[in-house]
Write a protein that binds this ligand. Sequence first.
Ligand SMILES: Cc1cc2nc3c(=O)[nH]c(=O)nc-3n(C[C@H](O)[C@H](O)[C@H](O)COP(=O)(O)OP(=O)(O)OC[C@H]3O[C@@H](n4cnc5c(N)ncnc54)[C@H](O)[C@@H]3O)c2cc1C
Length: 500
Amino acid sequence: MRIVVCVKQTAAGALNPFDACAYEAALRIPEAEVILLSMGPQKVQEMLYALTRLGARQAYLLCDKAFAGADTLATAYTLMLAIRKLKPDLVICGRQTIDGDTAQTGPCLAGMLGFSLITNVMEIVDVGENICCRTRELQEQTVSCPALIAVERICHLRLPGIRSKAGEVICWDAKDLEADLSRCGQAGSPTKVLASFQNEEGKRRCRFVRMSELETLIAEGVQRECARVPGPGAFREKKLEDVWIIGEAPRQMAETISDTIRRIEPETVGNSYASALQFARMVKAAKPEVILWGSDAWSKRMAPQVAALLQTGLCADCTALETDGKALFLYRPAFSGNVIAKIACTTSPQMATVRTLNADAADVILSLGKGAKDAVREAQEYLEKQRERDFCRWELAASRGAVDAEMLPYEKQVGITGKSVNPAVYLAVGISGAVHHIAGMKQAGTVIAVNPDKKAPIFEYADYGIVGTAEELFACLGQSSDPLQSVRCRPQKSETERKE
Ligand SMILES: Cc1cc2nc3c(=O)[nH]c(=O)nc-3n(C[C@H](O)[C@H](O)[C@H](O)COP(=O)(O)OP(=O)(O)OC[C@H]3O[C@@H](n4cnc5c(N)ncnc54)[C@H](O)[C@@H]3O)c2cc1C
């Protein structure tokens, strides 16, 4: 079996950790011929050369000035040309890069190649004429080869043996790929960053309190009930005429830019390359201005495939939308998250995946960050106790720091690449307050943060702050009486009430 593994060097100069897993997963497949493929500047050659010592006989670097500044569509186009030349049975990608984080390139590439696709792969169960994988949703999926799979962080990349030999690194430029330059790099990228500005969203005035006051504050927060920060984006006077939403999830965001929204059932888009192709034909015929998708795993799998088939830009994880009546402007946190980028899409239809609120509404979310790593068990025990009391609904959540440290599973991640939540109370313990995280919880009613570092940015986004450690917090909570007993469960809000 011939396997191409797509790898990227991150902005910090290291191998993207998800791609390290993709490489290891390929090396573990018996009798596989593994080839590495990367797009980037000359200096990536060095990294590829070192990686060949682990087992790949060849590595290809796609290197040309014309490839620079590519968004996911232009990147997928360039990789697609190389993959067509290499003719693999299987392509393995990491789920996403840690600097771009869109998780679009793999599905977009599969859409361009016309390969079968499995995303969120946790385990490769069987490889032959077909490939069978266990995915994050714990289902086994089997597809025919040639296929592309995108893996989660499922294994650790091996180290080279002392006597291991390096393979060869071959550079291909635009000429070697016979690339259409209008589809490469910046020229071929329909998503353009128009402006970026300091991100002040979600900031609150923090009052520092003692640990012993915490449960009373939670009780008051639950009683105060509804989230006080309005939904995504402000309503604009000028609207777009023809906006499609896939499923119900993007409606709230869509209503900020259009009064004429058409809902497309996810079944119409389907779950395969063939159904995506059919949907793309329907889009070409109907010519909607905008198509908005949710941020669930299915949307993130299908939207990039449809974007590839329509050759249109897809902006990932938008937190707000705006229009002047003609163009759509999309906002998403960028770089370190301290800036918000204003993005436009120059092709039609303009497409985006948008942040949507998580359906399972909790009254109180106890969210753990990396700083709470020594108190996970205590936090879970505390949560169970609260649930047994059954006075209000408690949920556990996590920052990406906690997920990366394997404290909690990805499903619990709140933030721009996780879920968005709006509980009555958000209790953030051991979370530093990166804007990527804030994007997912800024709509909470009351935010209470616990962190030993009084200068931690999370306090800028909190109503109440407690300077202390997670260990101290759960020891204190274990001793206290229960003010939550006086609190009734808040009634479940209807969709319309939520919008208001
Ligand atoms: C494109 C992109 C997308 C991203 N998407 C997300 C996302 O969706 N969600 C997300 O959360 N992040 C996301 N991130 C990562 C984000 O930028 C941060 O790196 C991450 O949120 C940090 O997690 P953390 O706060 O748990 O860990 P850290 O930043 O390591 O902070 C740990 C905190 O714990 C405190 N601490 C230390 N000891 C203790 C103790 N004993 N008790 C209590 N506290 C203690 C420290 O003072 C510190 O403030 C994304 C990053 C990028 C680049």
